[in-house]
Design a protein around this ligand. Sequence first.
Ligand code: WQD
Length: 391
Amino acid sequence: AQHGQEPLKNVIVTGGAGYIGSHVVYTLLKTRQYKVISIDNHHNSLPASLTRVSELALAELGESLPYGQQPTERDLESTLIDAYDCDLTNPTAVRDVFSKYSNQGIWGVVHIAAYKAVGESTEIPLTYYTNNVSATISLLSIMQEFGCHRLVYSSSATVYGTPPEVPIPETTRRLADSPYGRTKVMCEMVVEDLCESSALSQAKEGTSFQAISLRYFNPAGAHPSGRIGEDPRGRPGNLLPLLAHMAVGRVKDPVLKVFGNDYPTIDGTCVRDYLHVLDLAQGHVLALQALQEGEQLNKKVFASSSKGKFKAYNLGKGKGMSVLQIVDAMRKATGFEYETEVVGRRRGDVPALIADPSLARAELGFDAPHDLETMCRDLWNWQEKNPAGYM
Ligand code: WQD
């Protein structure tokens, strides 16, 4: 049927108010196929982000209509987000959300909410295992209770640890070397086992549990409007938001400490695979579409899955960029004269993480076309417009 006639699919996005989450929610709204429900405990996000996402979606809806044509009720509904301030480690609160939609049911869940700082995870591992693993198991159990059997899971390239080769294919063994990375490996394994047991027990094809795990490389940038973006609390740990904070004066020190330049890479500094957060978000829409039983895409994605309907994909450009190349790109985008000082290596860093993105390209039709210049320009546009983040 033409899009716009079938009812909106209820999709829960956990961590919907966060940096990745808000861009995923925005991209889901743009399809006008989903009623987005966000669950977020605002540990690392603010509700304002979703208000802006909805405003963006409404503005783009208005621009998309022929002059004088009014939006339908359904179109307007598809720009609204049901946002719940709720902690995934509180099953009662999560059940309450699911039960609010029990008449039509929850079509699928995009599970993004997690703590994600590698260094911090070595200091407070139990907090990471509780928030990332226990909460995921609780969420999966509640999904079972409500008959919701489609999951897109936010995983990470850190599941590979120090990869034996780059670019990294999905068949690479998972050998994370931080508690954070291990929470991602464990959750993938829990989901895989659920998919396998469900395939064995569910006679009816349409109800066996299906999951796609998306292994993020390094997301960067922001929506070009500058209305939403990464808004870390305190001093950012990640390179790009730190460079943005330095250029906007939120970090007083003009010197970027480069964590080691004695790696076996192009200029001795670590190489990572940066992709635009909107390309990453589009990967989630493609993954959700692949979970629609009966479609060709669903058959293609799970054709080779031996253990139930579980599949993992790398989301990256397949292109590596070094720390110094990033600093240079941000110098050009911001006009800020960064100084760099080489210091010791950061524990847990690996020389190079570059995706082999060919599987996601071939099966999901995924692509990450935005280049580094665009990522830096969009990041700076967000930061300049929001020097103190969401207020
Ligand atoms: C990039 C490069 C640093 C800061 C992390 C998590 C990963 C994922 C994305 C959740 C590294 C160097 C950084 C600085 C520096 N998060 N750097 N000086 O480490 O690739 O990935 O964020 O999924 O799990 O590990 O990203 O931005 O922290 O660092 O030299 O002040 O920049 O050593 O090589 P990373 P990053």
